[in-house]
Design a protein around this ligand. Structure first.
Ligand SMILES: NC(=O)c1ccc[n+]([C@@H]2O[C@H](COP(=O)([O-])OP(=O)(O)OC[C@H]3O[C@@H](n4cnc5c(N)ncnc54)[C@H](OP(=O)(O)O)[C@@H]3O)[C@@H](O)[C@H]2O)c1
Length: 313
């Protein structure tokens, strides 16, 4: 007997404004046709990926604090099984205990500035029968120093933690994801991965590198079913400025006013997880500082002028 014909069509989702009143006639028809096709199952939308984390193993770096800890709690509440990584064993354990079903969650301490430590953690993970379904490269540290005052070892540390470690971990989990034909790689970059302000030269360079790596990876693996998300937050209320490096490698140790007034790590995590569920390529959690992104796109010259003024202050 002949196989029934498969009428499912795959198309790429193009942006249509849901505000029907603002649409011209032909786009309005397209919008309704698209909705109808989705409802009847005629159309499968490529962007629809993971909306259920039950039983999924999610490896989160920088899980001992801030955005990483908030992501851990949120994803555990959605049924994920977590691998929590950072240097601070006590803080990781406290986060594990604060998650739903702590017995399902695993702490895997490592130092991302040290490739040998990453290798040892990875070898340890191989002894545990868990495939990594989602990797969240979240760990990072920023900078508060001008180029003239920043030592080379500080640049190296910023690049290792914010960029090289993410490359290393991504390369480690990728073959398994490709073999299984599914997976998600998330990178927590920053608005500083899109443009740069004074006193962030090493941090911005590392986040720009992360963005470039992830963009290239995304293009390479899209057809294999793997999705890549780059989250580029503005300001988020975490310890990031306390942990920022000064030019000599010591800690900045101050809560900057922009951080103190920013959105919470929980709100940031919610927006990142929503983007993961939708299989998006980008998300920009934050507040009014995101105007910088708009300026960067529509008037880079004006943004440069604003940045020079920041330098003067
Ligand atoms: N907060 C913001 O305004 C903001 C804005 C844009 C982007 N981001 C990005 O968001 C991510 C999370 O930062 P956060 O705001 O949550 O800051 P945070 O509270 O300082 O958290 C940073 C995390 O990274 C971990 N980490 C730092 N160095 C590490 C190393 N060598 N090895 C392993 N783990 C290391 C820290 O854990 P241990 O110290 O225990 O190792 C901690 O868990 C970072 O990539 C940051 O660049 C933050």
């Amino acid at each position: 007997m002949e196989e029934p014909e498969n009428h499912t069509i795959q198309i790429k989702l193009f942006k249509l404004s849901p505000i029907k009143e603002q649409m011209s006639g032909e786009y309005c028809w397209l919008y309704f046709a698209h909705n109808r096709a989705c409802k009847t199952g005629l159309l499968t939308v490529e962007r629809a990926t993971m909306n259920d984390f039950t039983g999924k193993t999610v490896w989160i770096t920088g899980a001992s604090s801030g955005i990483g800890a908030a992501l851990a709690r949120l994803l555990a509440a959605k049924g994920a099984r977590l691998i929590l990584s950072a240097r601070s064993v006590d803080k990781l354990e406290a986060v594990r205990q604060s998650c739903l079903n702590p017995a399902d969650q695993l702490c895997l301490p490592l130092d991302l500035a040290d490739p040998a430590s990453i290798e040892a953690a990875w070898n340890h993970l191989q002894e545990i029968p868990r495939d990594v379904d989602i990797l969240i490269n979240n760990a990072g540290m920023t900078q508060r120093a001008r180029v003239l005052d920043t030592r080379m070892e500080v640049y190296r540390q910023l690049l290792e933690v914010n960029f090289m470690a993410a490359v290393d971990l991504t390369k480690k989990v990728l073959p398994g994801m490709i073999e299984r034909g599914t997976g998600q790689i998330v990178a927590i970059s920053s608005l500083m991965g899109k443009f740069a302000s004074p006193q962030r030269s090493g941090y911005a360079a590392a986040k720009h590198a992360l963005q470039g790596f992830m963009d290239s990876l995304s293009a390479e693996v899209h057809s294999t079913g793997i999705r890549v998300l780059v989250a580029s937050p503005g300001f988020v209320n975490t310890d990031v400025s306390l942990n920022a490096l000064r030019g000599d490698g010591t800690l900045h140790g101050k809560m900057d006013p922009e951080q103190a007034a920013a959105i919470s790590a929980e709100k940031c995590a919610e927006q990142i997880v929503a983007a993961m569920i939708k299989g998006r390529a980008e998300v920009f959690p934050g507040g009014k500082e995101r105007i910088g992104l708009l300026l960067h796109r529509i008037s880079p010259a004006l943004l440069r002028r604003v940045m020079r003024k920041l330098q003067a202050n």
